[in-house]
Design a protein around this ligand. Structure first.
Ligand code: AKB
Length: 324
């Protein structure tokens, strides 16, 4: 029997690169197609077939699906929270029509399963902010959050009306060492590691005590693949599942970094992203994901800091050696 073939759209982005690497490891390079408006920059994905794709072009999308006989699509192309506030029209167009094009392709039978990421941004200032439950008040006040909430409703609708097997996770802030995120409110938690190693100091655009839900990216990839491989009858939520890893503040993250880099210093200069962060939950309850499809994770801030610093130090060594 032929293995399922996956298409990752947004493959050059923070999540896309990691997902392509993992899918390739699991199913072989011949069963993964990477698509984006620019090729991914990572040696590990050099042997994966790349297609240039603007997700707003649905004809191009459908021809790629047919050409490669794709079974599963991961549609990750989107504008994140901070960028979306600056370019609301583009954010709405990309975040909504990108999803519609995939949902319509699945409705036509061109793919079997669709993954589409939602976010903690679907919650807003009126949501209970500690241990935010799966079903609760969702009144987002950001363009990104509004697009994600609308997208969740569309996913549920396409599943109920047309039987589309679409699955989704509400990602927290994702932290990884392979690539930088772009345009998000949780980006500080990646950037801080680069600056800690380069300069020994970091100026945070969020205040010291801003607590947000976060997750190491490999855990988010594991959750994504486990969700996509679960039997359809276990997926009872067709809008999007809450997903929880760890939560911390910039101050707590800096304290954990100081255990390794003792002279590391942090200062705070909150900007427009503070307001976005203040509207989001501090921690998430993902017990529904746990009971529906068996999700389980254990992480600590110290584990995260140790992985990030180790991997970024290795990367620096490699780039120094390759320049010698
Ligand atoms: C962002 O900060 O916009 C994203 C998210 C939480 O969805 N990382």
């Amino acid at each position: 029997m032929r293995k399922e073939r996956s298409l990752v759209i947004g493959a050059a982005g923070q999540i896309g690169i990691e997902l392509v690497i993992k899918l390739k490891e699991m199913y072989g390079a011949e069963n993964v197609i990477a698509a984006d408006i620019r090729p991914p920059h990572a040696e590990e994905v050099a042997d994966v077939h790349f297609e240039h794709l603007n997700i707003l072009n649905h004809e191009q999308l459908e021809s790629i699906l047919e050409k490669h006989k794709v079974d599963v699509v991961y549609q990750l192309a989107a504008l994140l929270s901070a960028s979306a506030e600056k370019q609301p029209d583009l954010a709405w167009d990309l975040n909504m029509n990108g999803l519609f094009h995939i949902l319509n392709a699945a409705r036509k039978g061109l793919v079997k399963r669709v993954f589409w990421p939602s976010s903690i941004a679907v919650f807003g200032p009126t949501t209970p902010s500690v241990g935010t439950p799966q079903i609760t008040v969702c009144e987002p006040n950001t363009i990104y959050g509004i697009s994600k909430l609308a997208g969740e409703r569309w996913c549920e609708y396409y599943h109920a009306k047309f039987g589309v097997d679409v699955r989704s996770l509400r990602y927290p802030g994702l932290i990884g060492h392979r690539s930088l995120p772009g345009g998000g409110t949780t980006d500080y938690a990646v950037d801080i590691f680069y600056k800690a190693l380069e300069r020994g100091s970091y100026e945070s655009f969020l205040s010291a005590d801003t607590r947000l839900p976060m997750m190491y990216i490999e855990e988010a990839i594991r959750a994504t693949i486990e969700l996509m491989e679960a039997p359809a009858e276990k997926i009872k939520i067709r809008s999007s599942y809450n997903l929880s890893g760890i939560d911390f503040t910039p101050l707590e993250l800096a304290e954990a970094i100081k255990k390794d880099i003792s002279d590391f210093t942090i200062s705070y200069a909150p900007d427009f992203r503070q307001k976005i962060a203040d509207s989001w939950p501090q921690s998430i309850d993902d017990s529904v994901a746990q009971s529906d499809w068996g999700w389980k994770t254990e992480q600590t801030v110290d584990d995260l800091v140790s992985i990030m610093l180790t991997e970024l130090r290795k990367k620096k060594l490699i780039s120094e050696t390759s320049h010698n």
